[in-house]
Write a protein that binds this ligand. Structure first.
Ligand code: F6R
Length: 362
């Protein structure tokens, strides 16, 4: 875009609108044969590691939220131990930026060679090992990602998974033709939303500055946003070295609330979806024990904003189509926030210590 950036991570985050646009415009034929293979299976699994796993988790929710079949998400490092007796006629959707992650390759080879599963992969690197072991491949449009922590790759993975979920909904007729079109239009609008988030990134930077001295932070959400909380927490942990924990907000009272004291920061991902009013209950539980509430909300939000110390507002429209397709804008915001915190702390966001771009050991 002609601008110069201090770090690759920041440059690559600014590529997100263009990259997700390319993904959303991907050839229909590639999507069709991928989805056909998924729908022919009796059991559907989705597997990946790290950030790619959080994209996979979002995919699982997207497919079920749009009325599709149950998808079981399993970390690739846990795949074999979770499924010593893998059911026949299964399909495994594998998600990976590099296509070389050893745990991912091991899981899908096990599924394919020992149990005859079909492998459908969503991969960024053309010609990688994962593409060679797969029956169907969707190539993500992120292009070369240099920063070690995945961000634009994540955004394209989730855009691809949204397309898959919508195509399944279309084939299963869980929504009318007109409604499917509205969801698709809303998905395309995430490109402009991402652009607007980046134009207004100074606001996210301000919140980043406020949390940059924290040593512990909880990330909490419900439903599909739990996957966003997990990704937000991982990014902040790996590039800003803050101890973060993410979990489903309903779990708060089953243990983690014990740590809450005056000023303990809790970041709530609070889109106005079916989880909203229950999430408010969880926010109140934390607030009444003194937690500092930082929330990521829709532009038009009022209720969560009222009970929060700080909010980051996501410029989405107030309709069910925009809300159902808003996961990428929410996560992009959390990734940007992690980037700003890292930069504030004078760290190198591109090369976090102890991490490698592609993990080829089990
Ligand atoms: C985190 C991150 C890692 C990778 C994980 C899987 O920011 O980048 O968690 O997502 O190692 O890598 P791929 O996607 O190459 O399989």
């Amino acid at each position: 875009d002609g601008k110069s950036y201090k770090w690759f991570m920041h440059k690559e985050l600014h590529e997100v609108p263009r990259k997700i646009k390319e993904q959303i415009m991907m050839p229909q034929e590639d999507l069709d044969s991928f989805v056909k293979t998924i729908l022919e299976a009796e059991r559907i699994f989705i597997t990946a590691a790290g950030t790619a796993f959080y994209a996979a988790l979002a995919g699982k929710f997207l497919i079920s939220n749009f009325g599709g079949p149950y998808v079981e998400a399993i970390l690739c490092s846990e795949f074999i131990d979770t499924l010593p007796n893998m059911p026949e006629n299964s399909v495994v959707i594998a998600v990976s930026q590099s296509g070389e992650t050893a745990d991912t390759i091991e899981a899908i080879r096990y599924a394919r060679e020992k149990h005859g599963a079909k492998i459908c992969s969503i991969v960024n690197v053309v010609g990688s090992s994962l593409t060679r072991y797969s029956d169907e491949v969707i190539i993500t449009t992120a292009g070369l990602e240099i920063a070690v922590a995945s961000q634009k790759a994540y955004c394209t993975q989730v855009s691809a998974l949204t397309l898959i979920a919508l195509r399944i909904a279309e084939l299963k007729e869980t929504y009318s033709v007109e409604e499917i079109k509205k969801f698709r239009d809303a998905l395309l609008k995430t490109v402009d939303i991402a652009e607007n988030i980046l134009i207004e990134e100074g606001k996210i930077r301000e919140i980043g500055e406020k949390i940059s001295n924290e040593t512990n932070i909880y990330f909490l959400a419900r439903g599909i946003s739990t996957s966003a909380a997990l990704e937000g927490a991982l990014k902040l942990k790996e590039i800003a070295y803050i101890h973060t924990e993410a979990y489903a907000a309903g779990e708060s009272k089953h243990g983690p609330i014990a740590l809450i004291e005056e000023g303990f920061p809790c970041i709530f991902i609070a889109p106005p979806d079916a989880t909203y009013s229950r999430l408010i209950g969880n926010i109140m539980e934390m607030k009444s024990r003194g937690a500092k509430i930082i929330s990521v909300v829709a532009d038009f939000d009022e209720n969560v904003t009222e009970i929060s110390d700080y909010t980051i507002r996501i410029p989405i429209e107030n309709n069910k189509y925009a809300i159902a397709t808003s996961i990428v804008p929410f996560v992009l915001t959390l990734q940007l926030m992690a980037y700003f915190v890292s930069d504030f702390k004078g760290l190198d966001p591109d090369k976090p210590k102890n991490l490698a771009k592609s993990v080829t050991v089990k």
